[in-house]
Design a protein around this ligand. Structure first.
Ligand SMILES: [Zn+2]
Length: 186
C-alpha cells in the first residue's frame, strides 16, 4: 500500500457486471463522520459475522453516499459504484447513491461486504491467495478458471465484479467463510 498517497479500491458497474481496481488519490482527510443509517444493518451484520469467525474489528469504518465522479476513472465502459479509501489515519467507504437506490437488498449486502472486506480486512481482489484479474474489464480472466465454482459463480466476494444475486444466494455460506479468510483486522 502506498504510505504517502491514499489507496482506493473501487467498484465499477458495467451493463452486466461491476469491476474494481485500485489507484492513488490525494485524499488525506476523511470525508464521512459516521455510518449512514442505510448501511447500519449490513455493517452490524458484517461485524457479527467477523466475530463468529474469531475476528475482532476494533475501528469503525465510516460509510457514506456520494455521487461518484466517473470521469476521474477514465473508463471505456462500466461505472464506479463503491470505494474503500485507505487513509493514513482513517478508512472509509463511499457508495454511489444512484446505484444503491436501484439495487436489490442482496446486491446492497454484497456490495457493503465487498467494500468492508477491503477496508476492515485489508483484502484485495483475490481468492485462495490468487489474484482475480483486475483490469480485465468485463471479461472473466481465463487464467483464473479456478476462481469459479462449477456453476460459473466466482469463489469470493472479492471478485472484481459485483456478484449476481443468484450466486450470492447459492453460495452464501461459502462466501461468508472465504470473506474472513486472511482477514487482517483493522
Ligand atoms: Zn473491490
Amino acid at each position: 500500500m502506498d504510505k504517502i498517497g491514499v489507496l482506493i479500491n473501487w467498484a465499477l458497474v458495467g451493463i452486466f457486471l461491476l469491476t474494481l481496481s485500485a489507484f492513488s488519490s490525494s485524499r488525506i482527510v476523511a470525508k464521512y463522520k459516521g455510518i449512514d443509517g442505510e448501511f447500519a444493518n449490513f455493517n452490524n451484520e458484517y461485524r457479527y459475522l467477523a466475530k463468529t469467525h474469531g475476528i475482532l474489528l476494533d475501528n469503525q469504518i465510516n460509510i457514506g453516499f456520494s455521487e461518484i465522479d466517473q470521469k476521474r476513472f477514465n473508463l471505456k465502459t462500466g461505472r464506479v459504484i463503491g470505494m474503500c479509501i485507505y487513509g493514513a489515519t482513517f478508512r472509509e467507504i463511499e457508495i454511489d447513491k444512484e446505484y444503491w437506490d436501484n439495487a436489490s437488498e442482496t446486491t446492497r449486502m454484497v456490495l457493503i461486504y465487498h467494500e468492508l472486506t477491503h477496508c476492515a480486512c485489508g483484502r484485495d481482489h483475490d481468492y485462495n491467495r490468487k489474484p482475480y484479474g483486475d483490469g480485465t474489464e468485463n471479461k472473466r480472466d481465463p487464467k483464473n478458471i479456478n476462481g469459479y465454482f462449477k456453476d460459473g459463480c466466482p469463489r469470493s466476494v472479492m471478485f472484481p465484479f459485483i456478484l449476481e444475486d443468484s450466486c450470492t444466494l447459492s453460495h452464501y455460506d461459502q462466501y461468508i467463510d472465504e470473506m474472513f479468510d486472511r482477514c487482517e483486522a483493522y
